[in-house]
Design a protein around this ligand. Structure first.
Ligand code: HEC
Length: 152
């Protein structure tokens, strides 16, 4: 009697463990991965900016970053990092606030590229020929844009 009871407890425990470990956890991860954010421009036209960006008066350092951004990033992330319909997300977006995407994520993105995970734009390739200090300038620029748009 006691033995049967223990066997029962064992199987109930095992079932619980398996459903948590193999059922629930992957399910929750899938949710995160399969629910990319969607974002649309007002016109819905390819290449249209995805957000309205308030452009502040930039510091000297941010102006240097802006120039580099316009060489290496603007083709995808668009003018003022407002994103482009069908191309790439805005970096002036709450998702990229410093707490969610610290400066390290910018260095990583440029060096290794980004596997699409937040959106449906596809992957970002590694960007050649941008030094660490040039990325640092770009970060200053993007953070100033973010702050002017209440993202911090
Ligand atoms: C060929 C297009 C393209 C170019 C050029 C490009 N990006 Fe991206 N970038 C993307 C796409 C698409 C994503 C979104 C990936 C996703 O779904 O999360 C992205 C995401 C990012 C992210 C978010 C990384 C993360 O951890 O989620 C950062 C930061 C970023 N880009 C910075 C830059 C910077 C800085 C440059 C210029 C040096 C640049 N990108 C150039 C397409 C591009």
């Amino acid at each position: 009697m006691k033995f049967k009871f223990l066997v029962l407890i064992f199987f109930v425990g095992l079932a619980g463990f398996l459903s948590l470990h193999h059922g629930l956890l992957p399910y929750r991860m899938d949710m995160a991965e399969q629910d990319p954010h969607s974002i649309q421009s007002t016109s819905g036209q390819a290449g249209a900016p995805l957000v309205d960006v308030i452009v502040p008066e930039l510091s000297a350092a941010a102006q240097v970053g802006k120039k580099q951004f316009e060489v290496s990033c603007v083709a995808c992330h668009g003018a003022n990092a407002a994103g482009q319909e069908g191309v790439a997300p805005p970096l002036v977006h709450i998702i990229y606030e410093p707490n969610h995407h610290g400066d390290q994520s910018f260095y990583q993105a440029v060096r290794h590229g980004v596997r699409a995970h937040h959106w449906r734009f596809g992957n970002m390739p590694a960007i050649e020929g941008v030094s660490q200090s040039q990325v640092a300038d770009i970060i200053i620029y993007v953070r100033e844009l973010q702050r002017a748009n209440s993202i911090f």
